[in-house]
Design a protein around this ligand. Structure first.
Ligand code: NAP
Length: 459
């Protein structure tokens, strides 16, 4: 082994260790930031190792790719708002998976004839997963951005058609594996995989899209691992496998938090059955004035803030913390309740509240805070809807029946901050808003919280 190869293998080892430590860091909100830095360090080490140790045909393409990729990445990081993070992530998956598919196509064109059976199998796997993840992720991004209808697009016999496309794709893969000289089998597999990616995602409603994306993330990771086998690159194998399996575990956890099964997400067509579902919502919503809400908060002994997607769209996290601090200064015990799928991506609320410097010790997971609601004076729901919908607990006919919720309706009083009568992501009405313990405080969450803080100061 030459010195540069030793160097490359050493940087790959360092990168792999950093990726493992990064994942560990990212599994907890307190250490997540450090985890991200470790992951960046790992990626940097892997790139430097590859550039120094690998055989570079021409630097022009490398430098062009690095420059264009860095500019696109930086622009996306600067301009895409937090609320659009899921579709941004879907685009990243599409880019990553397309890169894996392109590498596979390149390897096929240059070396297919001299590949052994195992490498050829990995190559087929890489191209197939890479291609279907590319189109699947693009459709997911389009649905989340609203460019494509978010409703499930379904037709009679869809599952049968999908099965036929999947079988044809896998058959082409097997044929290519056995007869690499039949070039058409490889390209048939590639084309069918692109089509299958579209077919897989269009029947799924945008409500389930974050789970689908996390699954696609897992596919992109496995495609990268397969690329590692084809190129004989250890760091790609390790990073791809970590990505593949962590994405899969995340999908399972998200399904659990929404009381759905992965099969149901992939083949159920969530939004399609909305018309058949029922809701317990009945009566009138009672409005409360800003001064009355401020009075309730100022004289409470225990207050729980329950943030949701509306807090993110309003960017109200700083205003929320300021009100919390103010109340704490008056001797009120303030806690923040975090639902695992509040917002639009896992950990969404943790990230926002951490950005506003809410101490981690004030954040309570659903299981910790639910028993405390009955002794809570005021639960302040800030732009949350589905995650506090009591129908999930009380109405077996509800579309979200069985989804674990934050049981704010057990609090002595509930104040809901939202702009109007808009529904949550599931599109369902929420009976919480009609309960006698609940009052509605209408307006954009950020300005309402700011005005509430001012009003509390005058109590
Ligand atoms: P939600 O059910 O989507 O409700 C958000 C509420 O915020 C809306 O009712 C809206 O009502 C209000 N709102 C919007 N903008 C606002 C603003 N500027 N100021 C004040 N209020 C505002 O949110 P959620 O309770 O957080 O539930 C999340 C949903 O996403 C769940 O259905 C969950 O299953 C789904 N989901 C999440 C994830 C994840 O990883 N987090 C993954 C998959 C699915 P108005 O229009 O009346 O203001």
């Amino acid at each position: 082994m030459s010195l540069t190869t030793y160097f490359m293998e050493a940087t790959y080892l360092i990168a792999s260790i950093l990726f493992v430590l990064a994942l560990k860091g990212m599994s907890h909100p307190e250490t997540a930031r450090r985890g991200m830095f470790l992951a960046e360090g790992g990626m940097f080490a892997a790139i430097v190792g590859t550039l120094i140790g690998a055989h570079i045909v021409t630097w022009v393409w490398i430098v062009t790719g690095l420059t264009v990729g860095s500019i696109i990445g930086a622009l996306m990081a600067i301009w895409v708002p937090m609320t659009a993070m899921p579709q941004r992530t879907a685009l990243s998956h599409a880019f990553g998976a397309f890169a894996a598919a392109l590498v596979g196509i390149g390897e096929f064109v240059v070396k297919a004839a001299e590949m052994g059976a195992v490498t050829r199998g990995a190559l087929g796997f890489e191209v197939m997963l890479g291609a279907l993840t590319t189109t699947g992720s693009l459709i997911a991004a389009g649905k989340l951005q609203g460019v494509i209808a978010g409703k499930p697009i379904q037709f009679r016999g869809q599952n049968a058609v999908n099965l036929i496309v999947a079988l044809a794709m896998v058959s082409s893969f097997v044929f290519f594996w056995i007869h690499p000289e039949v070039v058409v089998a490889f390209y048939a597999m590639l084309g069918l995989a692109f089509v299958f990616g579209v077919m897989l995602v269009i029947p799924i409603g945008s409500a389930d899209m974050p789970v689908v994306m996390s699954l696609l993330n897992s596919y992109a990771g496995l495609a990268a691992a397969a690329t590692g086998f084809v190129l004989g690159n250890n760091v790609l194998i390790i990073a791809g496998t970590l990505d593949g399996f962590s994405g899969f575990i995340l999908s399972v956890l998200m399904c659990k938090a929404m009381n759905r099964s992965i099969t149901n997400v992939l083949f159920g067509g969530f939004g399609a059955v909305i018309a058949e579902a029922s809701s317990n919502a009945d009566g009138v919503m009672r409005e409360i004035s800003l001064d009355d809400a401020a009075m309730q908060l100022a004289f409470a002994s225990r207050v729980v803030f329950v943030p949701g997607y509306g807090l993110a769209t309003a960017q109200a996290q700083h205003a929320c913390r300021e009100l919390g601090d103010l109340l704490q200064g008056r001797g009120v015990t303030v806690k923040y309740a975090i639902h695992p799928v509040a917002g639009r991506m896992p950990g969404h609320m943790n990230v926002l509240l951490a950005e506003a410097n809410v101490p981690y010790s004030s954040l309570y997971e659903m299981e910790q805070i639910n028993p405390e609601f009955s002794s809570t004076d005021v639960a302040v729901v800030i732009g949350a809807n589905d995650v506090v919908n009591p129908d999930a607990r009380d109405n077996p006919k509800s579309l979200i029946a069985g989804m674990p919720i934050l049981e704010v309706d057990r609090a002595k009083s509930v104040i809901v901050l939202k702009r109007g009568q808009g529904r949550g992501f599931s599109g369902l009405e929420n009976p919480l808003f009609f309960k006698s313990c609940t009052s509605m405080l209408y307006g954009d969450a950020k300005s309402t919280l700011t005005h509430l803080a001012q009003a509390v100061q005058h109590v």
